[in-house]
Design a protein around this ligand. Structure first.
Ligand code: G6P
Length: 606
């Protein structure tokens, strides 16, 4: 959620840090700040609002060749100038930027106040600056280590100190921290997106590690300051993936990239000869696979809804009981972890704290968990027993699109592999493989209808409140559609099972409340059409996402036909028009598509 960027080298730090902060804007934030160390000592600029407001407010001569910056998402105290990071000690020698939450902040704040320290913000982070300054250690690493010994909670942080002007000391415990290696210049960041313009040679700190970063290199250590010898590696990533290019927004770009990302997630993973999938990274041999008695999917937000689609695929194709649960709830109900259950954590970022904590809980109790994760080397990917990388490429917009398509296809591959070790016939295996191979072109076909969707979206955008309804395979599609619509259009969009309409929501149906209904050509089509009649009878406007040839009778509805896939795979194609409806509604309403209010790309705090 919050973002960290730092620079040390021969160039002016402020412009590089500010540009890095702009690249983290999509993660969500409400204030920004930076500190530079130069000839005149430590200087700090910070304020509530956008990075661009901060840049405009900085004095012209804000010079220094070492700097750290931060975008803040308010946790302790409101979004004010004083609460923005960096935080400093009273003398203004130390500056700290911090992601995460310190659990014992109140006690530490009280102790500092008792000791006569005047705290100037409401934040947990401010205590770190004072603790660093008050440490008796004679190195900055020693001071940071002393401060960290006193705090409980999570952090990714960067510390600078006027008495140690050649270095940034960073530390990680639960919040990502990356060191980037340049030519006689070095970078630090909480997210690769802030660094790729400068370098793709990076080292990811592990939890419990600190690093000293100077213009000429870095060294890593444990909190007791013993070295950990971590080395940087050059990642095979294309920095262009982080640019919106010709597109008006990242979301629009990422929607358009779906045919290619769908091809990538399938590439090299289909075994035509045995009509199965080959997901080597799962680390499951056939005997273990046969022993799986249940599959439990865990994710948050849209990843959870795709997890529901994925669980249905597993149950249908592999005939293994499967369900999905919000990872944010799972851990708190003291779940029974079963040895024969395969747990699947699904996450674009691999950073979502609830998903990560669910993985840790399962492993602590001896369960087996695999990941469907997009970001290579992310925390969830590292913590799982095995996994499948999604190869969606960098996803920047808060509203997830291409990652979700690849998650669905990842589940389809998993279900196929599990199914073919069990009772799925070779004929069904071939049928599904053919269906999967058609998906990228079918996504292209849907995207070619964009103008039609845009028109419908403009009509939907006028409604204050909408329903999205579907049944069985269509229900998670409706949930995901409502989620996408509400998060960027700010309209109240609620998903319901079509079968449950009579049990409450029909009371709200009237001419001002449109319903987007998912009506695939499956065994439930007649029942779905009957429900459409009930909505129409109450004057509810209808948009029906369906398949060519489905007879909607005389129901007055705007119809959006989506190409048919194999029934089990239909949900992924039905989802695409809903992305475009949300996108064009938000565009029409003039909202900031990539940075919806109050939301963050990855939710790294509980
Ligand atoms: C946030 C994002 C959603 C995303 C969810 C899970 O809420 O806004 O788009 O689905 O986190 O993120 P993950 O990175 O774990 O897939």
């Amino acid at each position: 959620m919050c973002g960290i960027v730092g620079y040390v080298g021969a160039q002016q730090a402020a412009p590089i840090v500010l540009e890095g902060l702009v690249r983290l804007e999509h993660r969500g934030y409400d204030s920004a700040g930076l500190a530079v160390l130069g000839g005149s000592g430590l200087r700090v600029g910070k304020r509530a609002g956008r990075v661009r407001d901060l840049a405009e407010a900085l004095p012209k001569r804000f010079s220094g060749r070492l700097g750290v910056g931060h975008t803040r998402w308010a946790t302790h105290g409101p979004a004010t100038d004083a609460n923005a990071h960096p935080h400093t000690d009273t003398a203004g020698l130390v500056a700290v930027v911090h992601n995460g939450i310190l659990d014992n902040a109140s006690a530490l704040r009280a102790a500092l106040t008792d000791a006569g320290v005047e705290l100037v913000s409401d934040t947990d982070t401010e205590v770190l600056a004072h603790l660093v300054e008050r440490s008796g250690a004679d190195t900055l690493e020693g001071k940071v280590s002393d401060a960290l010994a006193a705090v409980e909670g999570t952090y990714g942080l960067a510390v600078v100190h006027a008495d140690f002007p050649d270095r940034i000391v960073v530390a990680r415990h639960g919040s990502p921290l990356i060191v980037g290696v340049g030519e006689r210049e070095m970078f630090v960041a909480s997210d690769l997106a802030a660094l790729v313009r400068h370098t793709t040679t990076v080292a990811h700190l592990e939890d419990g590690e600190l690093a000293t970063v100077t213009a000429t290199g870095f060294t890593t250590m444990r909190r007791d300051l013993t070295t950990t010898h971590r080395e940087a590696a050059t990642l095979d990533i294309d920095p262009a993936g982080y640019e919106a290019g010709e597109h008006a927004s990242y979301m629009r770009k990422e929607i358009a990239e779906q045919p290619e990302s769908a091809e990538r997630v399938l590439r090299g993973r289909i075994d035509e000869r045995f009509a199965t999938a080959h997901l080597g990274g799962l680390g499951l041999d056939p005997r273990e696979t046969r022993g799986i008695s249940r599959v439990k999917v865990l994710g948050c937000g849209s990843a959870y809804y795709v997890g529901q689609m994925g669980a249905a695929l597993v149950e249908e194709l592999a005939r293994i009981p499967a369900d999905a649960e919000a990872a944010s709830e799972f851990r708190y109900r003291d779940p029974v972890i079963e040895p024969d259950t395969l747990y699947v954590a699904v996450s674009q970022s691999g950073e979502t704290v609830d998903t990560l904590l669910a993985v840790q809980e399962i492993r602590r109790k001896g369960g087996r968990v695999v990941g469907l994760v997009n970001v290579v080397g992310s925390a969830v990917a590292r913590e799982c027993d095995g996994g499948v990388y999604l190869h969606a490429g960098p996803e920047v917009a808060v509203a997830s699109t291409k990652a979700l398509t690849t998650m669905f296809l990842g589940f389809a591959l998993l279900a196929l592999q599990l199914g073919r070790v069990r009772d799925l016939s070779i004929a069904d295996g071939r049928r599904l493989i053919a269906g999967l191979q058609r998906i990228p072109d079918q996504v292209r076909e849907i995207l070619a209808q964009e103008d039609e969707y845009a028109e419908v979206a403009r009509q939907l955008a006028t409604a204050e409140s909408l329903f999205f309804v579907g049944r069985v395979r269509g229900f998670p599609v409706a949930r995901e559609g409502a989620q996408k619509f509400k998060e960027i259009s700010y309209r109240h969009a609620e998903a319901y099972q079509t079968s449950e309409l009579k049990h409450g929501p029909l009371a709200l149906v009237e001419p001002s409340v449109p319903t987007v209904a998912i009506v695939p050509d499956d065994e439930l089509v007649d029942r779905n059409v009957a429900a459409l009649h009930e909505i129409a009878a109450r004057g509810g406007p209808l948009v029906v996402v369906t398949h060519p040839g489905v007879d909607l009778g005389d129901v007055p509805a705007t119809r959006l036909d989506v190409p048919r896939s194999e029934r089990e795979l239909d949900p992924v194609l039905l989802t695409i028009p809903l992305q475009l409806l949300a996108y064009h509604a938000a565009l029409h309403l003039g909202h900031d598509i990539d940075k919806p209010r109050n939301l963050a790309k990855s939710v790294t705090v509980e």
